[in-house]
Design a protein around this ligand. Structure first.
Ligand SMILES: Cc1cc2nc3c(=O)[nH]c(=O)nc-3n(C[C@H](O)[C@H](O)[C@H](O)COP(=O)(O)O)c2cc1C
Length: 180
């Protein structure tokens, strides 16, 4: 089984999460490649693909969105998953769950319909105070917002393990024909 974990990351937190997923999956599945979406010309050599992007302004980074559009026909033929990395856990606690739901709904709206994703999820990444204009920063803190490394590695591991378990099943790639 050769799996690809592809990522689009501006400051590195999404890349580190993708690398972590790839290493964890490799223990059970064998070779797992981890590459930036810009490095991937084709996924025809992979049996399964996981693609993730940092969220900017409620959308995936352009390179990740282009990856999906460009490779949609290939992705549709193999088990594929998507993850998004944002900052909802930086928000005041009462707003986090609802914000994550709304954001995930919005992000799902732009995923190409022809890719039948086996799953998609949203994680929090790293959100530093210099990523927000100074005035807003003060207001954000006063209303209970926070900055820092918000990554929940237990949640990342749990999602990765679900995918690993699915791919380890004998019939895991039967819905997708690997094309040259
Ligand atoms: C310009 C900008 C816009 C952002 N917009 C959003 C957003 O709309 N929703 C969200 O949840 N996070 C947003 N974030 C937070 C990033 O998604 C978060 O910091 C993420 O961890 C960045 O990933 P990276 O380190 O891989 O670049 C934004 C960050 C920046 C710098």
């Amino acid at each position: 089984m050769t799996v690809l974990v592809a990522y689009a990351s501006e400051r590195g937190s999404t890349r580190e999460m993708a690398q972590h997923m790839a290493s964890r999956m490799a223990v059970a599945l064998g070779p797992v490649d981890c590459r930036s979406v810009e490095e991937v010309g084709s996924v025809s050599g992979y049996e399964a693909v996981i693609v993730g992007s940092a969220i900017h302004n409620q959308s995936w980074l352009p390179t990740a969105a282009q990856f999906l559009t460009r490779l949609a026909p290939e992705l549709a033929k193999r088990p594929s998953w998507a993850f998004s990395v944002g900052m909802v856990d930086a928000l005041p606690k009462p707003f986090r769950k609802r914000a994550a739901e709304l954001q995930q709904k919005r992000l799902r709206g732009f995923l190409p319909q022809e890719i039948p994703l086996r799953g998609d999820t949203i994680f929090s990444g790293v959100y530093q105070s210099d990523q927000m204009p100074a005035l807003l920063r003060v207001l954000f803190r006063l209303t209970g917002g926070r900055f820092g490394d918000l990554r929940n590695w237990a949640a990342v591991d749990a999602w990765t393990d679900e995918i690993t378990a699915e791919l380890a099943k004998p019939s895991s790639t039967s819905s997708g024909n690997i094309t040259p």
